[in-house]
Ligand binder design. Sequence first.
Ligand SMILES: Cc1cc2nc3c(=O)[nH]c(=O)nc-3n(C[C@H](O)[C@H](O)[C@H](O)COP(=O)(O)OP(=O)(O)OC[C@H]3O[C@@H](n4cnc5c(N)ncnc54)[C@H](O)[C@@H]3O)c2cc1C
Length: 411
Amino acid sequence: MAIDFTLAPEHEEIRRRVRTFIQETVIPAVKDFDDEGRVTSREEYIRTILELRGKAQAEGLWLPHMPKEWGGMGLGHVELAMVQSEAAKTRLGPWILNCAAPDEGNMHTLLHWGTDEQKEKYLKPLLKGVKMSCFAMTEPEVAGSDPTLIRTHAVKDGDEWVINGHKWFISNARRASFAILIAKTELDAPEGARGANTAFLVDLPQEGWNDVREVETMHGSTGHSEIVITDLRVPDSQILGGRGNGHRLGQYRLGPARLAHCMRWISQAETALDMMVDRALNRYSHGSLLAEKQGVQWLIADSAMELYQCKLMVLHAASKIDKGEDFRTEVSMAKHFVANSLNRIVDRAIQVHGALGYSTDTPLAHMFQHARWARFADGADEIHQMRIAERTIAAYRATGSTNAATGGLPL
Ligand SMILES: Cc1cc2nc3c(=O)[nH]c(=O)nc-3n(C[C@H](O)[C@H](O)[C@H](O)COP(=O)(O)OP(=O)(O)OC[C@H]3O[C@@H](n4cnc5c(N)ncnc54)[C@H](O)[C@@H]3O)c2cc1C
């Protein structure tokens, strides 16, 4: 059994270049507006981001998740883990390397499911970084956790589809030049049918697609739109991935995209742990530094152990994707564990910082607001637990052992 966590020299070199670029070029340039809520000049913000994207492209640190023949860095998911986590040392880092959600997941989806014409029209501008996209599935009226319930529906009218419905929390919708929209096309399908939904490519802006508001959230109003769809007309050729494949396409998109979130969350959790230890080494109370108090050491130790587990889980799930093995259970476990660890570690870091941690003088408060959505977006905790339990029971039924459901490791 080969276990080797060292990177190949060429990948170590990429890691070093990404780290240097993020630390020395990106972080100093965005430090005044890393928190979008504090942006004072929108023009300066956009100009700076575009300049940084240009530099990333010039340095060959662009599209780490895409194959080389599509202008990417051609990395596997294991190598991608280290690039994503280096990039996510600042919230804007993945965006600057053009590997941020939702464009990143949409690129994978178009590459896998798009026709040649669709790749030309929709994928190529995303890869160049000249267009942005959104993915529109969730609806306010029905549980987003169960996409077979969606009510947005498309009815065939000649060579076109007429779509009506209601979506919300559609990230990036206001900046997007197209949406991947999931709508029900098989209106007579029984509840729970997986072949009832279809994905459509929708050019934006377009009559019938009404962006009514950006939803105000606990981290502000930062680009998650509510959309009312009224008699939106889409040609049949705009179907992505074939009629009735909307559910499969969504699930395909979410696997690697969930793991990419984990890679970025690990980086945030490590930043929080670094800050926790730094504060503990500098704050003095009741005769000693906080770092010398057993109560604080437990917070540090628990966080270090959890972060180590996060890293191992993500690397193992990534290696399963790279080998073409079934990764669903491992990605579910990683998504659940990393999201919850991130919340716990940032919370502990705030605790050790006291009032300073609650203030917005450090990034912790902002990180805590963002961390909260990690526990239900892209699959709520309970949905992942449900799937993990189902596969664990199935493994036992099939083999008399749960071994296959715990990573399939030779232990
Ligand atoms: C910041 C952010 C960005 C997002 N971006 C997008 C986007 O770009 N595009 C998009 O389409 N959507 C997006 N979403 C929506 C997201 O995917 C949904 O919030 C998620 O799928 C959960 O759906 P829901 O909010 O309708 O919650 P529900 O499905 O109503 O679930 C609410 C809670 O009920 C419980 N629950 C639900 N089902 C079960 C079950 N079977 N067993 C046990 N418990 C259960 C869980 O605790 C769950 O958290 C975004 C959300 C956020 C917060």
